[in-house]
Ligand binder design. Structure first.
Ligand code: AMP
Ligand code: MG
Length: 317
């Protein structure tokens, strides 16, 4: 398949492909998305094939107008209050909200769950693509499943050139990490995945917000159980209590003639935004090990630590 590369002025052309049931990768403020018409189950199936994504990992549906919410989700009176608060403060933006789904959303999107995850991205290209397509767009992160998310055009091109109908070329994503996912279908609102919207700011708005446990056998957010975001290089994460072991570990690698780098998130400006790109660049340079000390889980760094833990081959405590 020849992948068409669109510039920022050709969004209408890209939208035509979405309407035809094809896949288009597009930029958002979080990471690039791999989009399909959310109402078209055949188009949505192509996402899972192109990414090699497990079928039990549901997709986020992207909308451009608040009115589209009622088209795809059932909202109870009780949920409405919290929902309105969240939307008013955080949309458009890096916050995904899980609600009960309506039947127009095919089971492929929700991976068989009776809920649907919805987000309004804060990005002109993404919003216009949805607007011109005239349908909500189901889109996971644009990367081969298990790999670091695509946060710039080159990364998306490397993973999907020849495999999808189109890519809209734009700048590097501003946030560089995925959205925060909140479930409003539960008794108390639950944070399923930390991301671009701070837990602290959400908690101010929803005081009974809890963080979902990742330890349960049946995670509420199916994506949480998979290894994710991993470069080919082995990521070794040193938790706070083990920082003193970094030196010994790197000496051992030196002796074994292994290539490695030490990355200290605190010393890199805008690390959250650059993290996935750094991982991908390590692979381009064929680095075998990436050693990273843990950081305090505050603000966006809660999401950073979540991604680091999931991407790591080994966590040293
Ligand atoms: P990605 O688009 O690759 O960032 O992944 C989407 C994330 O949203 C995954 O962690 C999914 O498990 C989660 N998600 C999507 N839909 C739902 C849903 N209906 N209920 C719970 N989590 C969901
Ligand atoms: Mg993803």
């Amino acid at each position: 398949m020849i992948t068409k590369i669109f510039n920022q002025k050709q969004i209408k052309k890209a939208a035509k492909l979405i309407k035809k049931g094809e896949l288009v990768a597009f930029p958002t403020e979080t990471v690039y998305g791999l989009g399909a018409n959310a109402f078209d189950s055949n188009a949505v199936k192509k996402i899972f094939i192109a990414k090699g994504r497990p079928y039990d990992n549901p997709l986020i549906v992207h909308i451009a107008k608040k009115e589209q919410l009622n088209e795809i989700a059932k909202i109870s009176k009780k949920q409405k209050k919290n929902l309105n608060k969240l939307i008013q403060k955080f949309w458009p933006g890096p916050l995904t909200i899980v609600l009960k789904k309506k039947n127009v959303i095919p089971k492929e999107v929700s991976a068989g769950l009776d809920s649907v995850a919805i987000r309004m991205p804060n990005h002109r290209i993404a919003l216009n693509l949805i607007k011109y397509s005239k349908v909500p767009i189901a889109a996971p992160s644009a990367n081969i499943s298990g790999k670091p998310s695509g946060t710039c055009f080159q990364d998306v091109y490397d993973d999907f050139n020849g495999k999808i109908a189109g890519i809209i070329k734009s700048n590097e994503c501003k946030i560089g990490l995925e959205s925060t996912v909140i479930d409003l279908t539960t008794k108390n609102p639950l944070l399923l995945r930390p991301g671009g919207t701070d837990f602290e700011s959400l908690k101010k708005l929803l005081p009974n917000l809890k963080i979902a446990s990742e330890k349960s056998n049946k995670p509420k957010s199916p994506g949480m159980k998979y290894k994710h975001y991993s470069p080919d290089a082995k990521v070794i994460l040193f938790e706070k209590t083990a920082k003193s072991k970094i030196k010994d570990f790197s000496n051992k690698l030196k002796k074994e003639n292994k290539s490695f780098i030490l990355i200290n998130p605190k010393k890199i400006k805008n690390f959250p935004r650059k993290m996935f790109r750094i991982f991908r660049n390590c692979d381009r340079k064929k680095i075998e090990y990436v050693l990273i000390p843990a950081v305090e889980e505050r603000g966006i760094y809660l999401a950073v630590m979540n991604r680091l833990r999931k991407s790591s081959s080994k966590i040293i405590k």
